[in-house]
Design a protein around this ligand. Structure first.
Ligand code: ZN
Length: 291
């Protein structure tokens, strides 16, 4: 078990409600997997490490984390969750905790960048040179991979916090983003849907106007991504995207919004995750693999 070839990659998908852990020989060959609820940092990180330690020799760990996070390797705050509203987690040194405990290389990125990398290399994007992964769930976030690298820039993308044009049948809802009110996340995330209509999108009848409104907002993000980056594949994942028919509605609305402008119609693809609900975990293992 001690040789490099036999030792394992560790993956940590650090989410706001649960941590999903895995060890594998490669990002697609998972040997064991485990979930723990996200509590306070000390309890959660200790439990995560304990499980990983019991799986055998680990040669690198990848962490795909909820954010915001610091990704600048030259910053003393690299690997930290920064100013999250999640109680107790602000300025938590997640990467440092695992580095200290395991003394192995640590890969660290956002959950959506991890998922984007996994979809790009092994999932929905295997034939493309560019791919965006969007999650629509408790929040809305996105990662963009161009030429095999996740785009970071000065920080990481915050695709959920763009400002869509208001749908004419949704003029009054003030939105729930604590920073912006009616940004995309404030209008179209799972909690925004519940705040507006009292139910999740999949619980509302298919002829309810909510389906049209949410598809319109998500299509605006898709079209913005296409207009700004011409990304070839947009993967839409997350709990809200499990709503029956929503992917098709977003596709259709994106085409309508781009109609007449893109010659020959949109060549860009809008698809479901190749990894289903496991893109984040596969992404964490990818981040370990790259170490
Ligand atoms: Zn916002």
């Amino acid at each position: 078990m001690n040789s490099v070839t036999q030792s394992l990659l560790g993956g940590v998908e650090a989410g706001g409600t649960k941590f999903v852990l895995a060890v594998g020989h490669s990002p697609t060959e998972i040997v064991a997997q485990h979930e723990i609820p996200t509590r306070d940092p000390d309890t959660t990180l200790a439990q995560a490490c304990e499980w990983l330690e019991h799986q055998g020799a680990i040669r690198a760990i990848g962490i795909a984390s909820f954010g915001p996070v610091e990704l600048d390797r030259s910053s003393p705050l690299w690997g930290h969750i920064t100013n999250t509203p999640k109680l107790g987690w602000t300025n938590c040194d997640v990467a440092g905790y695992f580095a200290e405990r395991f003394k192995v290389p640590i890969g660290f990125d956002t959950d959506v960048n991890g998922a984007a990398l996994a979809e790009y290399s092994h999932g929905a994007g295997q034939t493309a040179a560019s791919l965006a992964y969007i999650t629509v769930g408790t929040g809305i976030g996105g990662g963009l991979v161009l030429g095999g690298k996740a785009v970071h820039g000065a920080a990481h993308p915050e695709m959920g916090h763009i400002f869509p044009r208001r749908h004419p049948r949704d003029p009054h809802f003030e939105g729930i983003c604590p920073h912006h009110g009616d940004c995309l996340e404030g209008l179209a995330s799972g909690p925004a849907i519940k705040a507006r209509w009292g139910k999740s999108l999949s619980e509302l009848p298919t002829d309810h106007v909510a389906h049209e409104i949410i598809a319109d907002y998500l299509a605006q993000l898709a079209l913005s991504l296409i207009a700004m980056t011409s990304v070839e594949i947009i993967v839409l994942g997350g709990g809200v995207m499990k709503t029956e028919g929503l992917l098709g509605r977003v596709r259709q609305r994106t085409s309508e919004l781009g109609a007449g402008y893109f010659p020959g119609g949109l060549k860009h693809k809008i698809v479901a995750p190749g990894f289903g609900g496991h893109a984040g975990l596969a992404g964490a293992l990818m981040l370990a693999f790259f170490q």
